[in-house]
Design a protein around this ligand. Structure first.
Ligand code: ARG
Ligand code: ZN
Length: 880
């Protein structure tokens, strides 16, 4: 039974330390088909300075209490009160340690929320972050209660030959009746959200790792039967992550084993449980024939992310859930840096910025806006957001920019030394950097509390060899109760000379401090002056996206075109070009039909990029990709007409395709053909990305499905196959070639869930009028399942976030279909339903007819009486 909303608001200002401590937890699980018995023995005591009469209030969620005793004596009914979501015990010892024993009985088989203990394809597994442990036993289920754990698991040997929990393996053996057991010991005190248990019939890929101090660690990745060989790349990524964290941050692994389990039914990407990471199998299982280059990169990132949590999250955890960015923002920063070091820094940065603008900016500029450190929530699961993760990472990146590499490392070292074993806060974190470098970070701290995307206005004035840059920041009124104060915005810049190299100009006057290539804007307005310049330079500003702001740079069109061609900073070049194209598409879609979107010089600039040998292919692929329809909608901002955007963008694709056809063909022919020896490395992936971007333009120029159909037939890896199938399905929807490819794809992969998800999404994202019927059919397809989050996301999420033209169709049918599916999903899995509902977050930016349709669909859903707290919270905030 799902939790329905009780309307309760949790506030940061109400934080109180726990009144009791739990030092050690001893758990015994007896797994059976149909029910699981759990016995939990906790070594506890009252926190000092607490009222000796205060009752102990433990959290629960849908629990059934079987037994309860204290120091071996049953607690009488008059001394406790047990409800499914709370256990209150009075008259516990006023001081000194005591032992509490709690027995509960669970039915993981009926747990469709996938929080707590559940079964995925028969495998017992857990997800406890944020508040799932309370679905296993009554507990002080909050991150500032840290205990060591000993876990004994008992199960049928046939049903569950593998028995896993956190920490190091202990004794194990056989029992009567075909059963067996295993014991796990986790010596590192941890909060309950890091607890994990997995049991089932699993295959394993093993390896070993020697840490820098010479400790041997046994590594294992468990998969469903027959799939362990698909974990090889994940294992490789794990070992590279372990090396990287030692080299870059001096962080070594701290247990004898590191286990990863890949599960098919999982609400999110993965989970960093101590010594036993549990993953959505999408972020572990790869083969050239089933996974795209994007999937490979995603696995590398998520494996690294969860591994890095061992220090930033596990050894140092969060005091309360308001501090979530303490572990998530920092760990995203670390995984981004890892990928940048392992692949191409520029390409990685462009990808991260692209993601930030696509996900975090709309969130920060709409009804779901919240600070990186929220001050209140109703449902914490709804705060695992782009703002907490991605903007949180940008804040850490700014800190590194402001303090410099050595200063940042000194701050991190102090943080690890001082807070190891703690449940810490953002203040603790910032204090380490302030002390290690002697910097006052009180203004920087505003970034954590002020919601919204600041605007950065830049104007330039050049006269008699003197360049004056005027900078101004402004932040729209944020969430209620926020005062708006100027923030510390680090602005990385370069002055590009006529030959395309950076001038080594030092500022000669001004009101902003400049350090190297960074302007520190700390006031509402400031100026920087450069003198004795022989010629007017082109100003390349906000390089590497040095702050998460919206840039409003008044710069001559000519200068921007020049920067798009020769800014020596690859990121700056990409930005100059894509901003020009984005603004042109914005203007064209607002002007209405019939107006060519791109001027010839811009088209020429795009085409030229494709052929520019000194740019790596991956970067060329990014430069020639036009901004997506959702991105253009964001640039338009209000009164958005998705149909007009679609037409303008299609017109631009046609224009680039026609102008570039010859160049594109030549470049594509020149790219090394993949030879059957597939390699997922970044350079090979970059060549495939460029080749497939060119194939799209060439198909558009040709106007027939022939090229894509040929590419689909010839594909020897999933990246190329998927790219060709997408061109066929999306651009040549009604042709026999398209249906043949989709049928072939289905026939070849119907047995492979991860690939079948791609097929569902591919069909749900076709931008044609027939797609609404398609998605209706797909929701009734025998292979569709609401109970599997990946499949639900593939269809509903694919449609609602990947098909702007049809989701936002003017008659509201796309909205209604989506809202109805969300209502169904909510009854099974509130967390996933709530996440998918955020597809509506920008509904107010659309033109009035669509706004009204969206409001009606959302209101109809919100008027249902039995909504979960998760979905209710998102709907209320979205409609407010
Ligand atoms: N800590 C996990 C990660 O970022 C994600 C957990 C998400 N939990 C949730 N309730 N949404 O690696
Ligand atoms: Zn994380």
């Amino acid at each position: 039974m799902q939790r329905t909303d009780d309307g309760q608001v949790i506030r940061l200002s109400d934080y109180r330390p726990p009144a009791f401590r739990i030092r050690h937890v001893d758990m015994r699980f007896s797994l059976n088909d149909g029910h699981t018995d759990v016995e939990t023995v906790m070594e506890m005591e009252r926190a000092p300075d607490t009222d000796a009469a205060e009752p102990l209030v433990l959290d629960g969620d849908a629990l059934t209490l079987i037994a309860l005793d204290c120091n071996g004596v049953a607690i009488g009914a008059e001394r406790f009160e047990a409800t499914p979501d709370r256990l209150t015990i009075r008259d516990l010892p006023p001081s000194g340690p005591f032992t509490l024993r709690i027995a509960t009985r669970l039915t993981p088989e009926t747990n469709t929320e996938l929080m707590g203990l559940y079964r995925s394809n028969g495998v017992w597994c857990t997800q406890c972050e944020a508040e799932g442990f309370r679905r296993i036993t009554y507990f002080l289920d909050r991150p500032d209660v840290l205990a060591t754990y000993r876990v004994r698991i008992e199960a049928d040997r046939e049903a569950a030959p593998i028995l896993l929990s956190n920490g190091n393996p202990g004794e194990h053996g056989d029992l009567d009746g075909g059963r067996h057991y295993a014991v796990w010991d986790d010596p590192h005190p941890k909060p309950s959200y890091l607890f994990a248990l997995v049991a089932g019939r699993l295959d394993v890929l093993t390896d070993t790792f020697e840490t820098q101090s010479g400790r041997d660690v046994d590594l294992a990745i468990y998969t469903e039967p027959g799939l362990a060989d698909r974990a090889a790349y994940a294992m490789d990524a794990l070992k590279r992550s372990m090396v990287w964290d030692e080299r870059r941050f001096g962080r070594e692994y701290d247990l004898d084993v590191f286990n990863i389990v890949a599960i098919s039914d999982f609400n999110m990407g993965a989970m960093e449980n101590k010594g036993l990471n549990v993953f959505n199998h999408k972020y572990v299982l790869l083969a050239p024939d089933t996974a795209t280059d994007g999937d490979y990169a995603g696995v590398e990132t998520v494996i690294a992310h969860e591994y890095f949590h061992n220090w930033t999250g596990n050894r140092i955890t969060c005091r309360d859930w308001f501090q979530l960015c303490l572990k998530e923002g920092l760990t995203v920063y670390r995984d981004q840096e890892f990928s940048a070091d392992e692949r191409s820094r520029t390409v990685k940065r462009i990808g991260s910025v692209h993601g930030l603008k696509a996900q975090q900016f709309p969130e920060d500029q709409g009804p779901l806006q919240h600070p990186v450190r929220p001050r209140q929530y109703r449902e914490i699961n709804n705060f695992y957001t782009a703002t907490v993760y991605e903007k949180g990472s940008e804040l850490v990146r700014m800190l590194a920019t402001i303090l410099g590499e050595a200063g940042f490392r000194a701050g991190m070292d102090l943080y690890f030394a001082r807070h190891d074993g703690d449940a810490a806060t953002i203040e603790d974190f910032l204090t380490c950097f302030a002390e290690a470098t002697g910097t006052d970070l009180s203004q920087f701290a505003l970034w954590y509390d002020q919601a919204g995307t600041p605007e950065l206005y830049v104007t330039e004035h050049f006269e008699a060899g003197r360049l004056t840059l005027s900078l101004r920041q402004s932040l729209a009124r944020g969430a209620a109760g926020t005062g708006i104060e100027p923030m510390h915005i680090p602005v990385r810049f370069g002055l590009v000379g006529p030959d395309g190299t950076d001038l080594a100009a030092e500022p000669t006057a001004g009101t902003a401090e400049v350090e190297g290539d960074v302007i520190h804007l700390v006031t509402a307005e400031a100026e920087v002056v450069f003198s004795e310049l022989a010629e007017r330079p082109r100003v390349s500003i906000l390089r590497d996206f040095s702050a998460p702001v919206t840039l409003r740079h008044e710069q001559a069109y000519e200068d921007r075109l020049v920067l798009a061609r020769l800014d020596p900073n690859g990121f700056g070049r990409w930005r100059a070009l894509t901003d020009l194209v984005g603004e042109a598409l914005r203007a064209a879609s607002m002007a209405g039909a019939g107006r060519p979107a791109l001027d010839p010089r811009l088209i020429e600039a795009v085409v030229a990029c494709a052929a520019e040998e000194r740019l790596e292919p991956a970067l060329r692929a990014l430069m020639i990709a036009l901004p997506g329809e959702a991105e253009i909608a964001r640039l338009v901002g209000s009164n958005v007409d998705p149909e007009a955007i679609h037409q303008a963008r299609e017109g631009a694709i046609g224009a680039v395709a026609t102008a570039g056809a010859e160049t594109f063909r030549r470049v594509r022919d020149g790219l090394e053909r993949s030879s059957g020896n597939f390699s997922p490395d970044a350079a090979s992936a970059g060549r495939r990305a460029l080749s497939n971007a060119l194939l799209m333009y060439l198909s558009a120029a040709d106007g027939t499905p022939a090229l894509a159909a040929e590419a689909f037939r010839a594909a020897d890896n999933m990246t190329d196959r998927m790219a060709a199938a997408t061109i066929l399905a999306h651009r040549f929807a009604e042709t026999p070639e398209a249906s043949e490819a989709l049928d072939r794809f289905y026939a070849d992969y119907a047995h492979d869930p991860l690939v079948l998800d791609k097929w569902f999404t591919l069909r749900a994202t076709v931008p044609s009028d027939a797609t609404l019927d398609t998605v209706r059919d797909l929701a009734a397809h025998p292979k569709f399942s609401m109970a599997n989050p990946n499949r639900a996301r593939a269809l509903i999420g694919g449609f609602a976030t990947g098909n702007p033209r049809v989701f936002h169709q003017k008659d509201g049918a796309g909205y209604r279909w989506t809202a109805e599916r969300l209502g169904e999903l909510d009854r099974l899995n509130p967390q996933t339903a709530a996440r998918l509902a955020t597809a509506f977050r920008s509904w107010r930016s659309f033109e009035p007819v669509r706004q009204e349709q969206a409001r009606a669909a959302l209101s109809a859903l919100a008027s249902r009486p039995e909504l979960s707290r998760d979905l209710r919270d998102i709907l209320d905030r979205t409609l407010s």
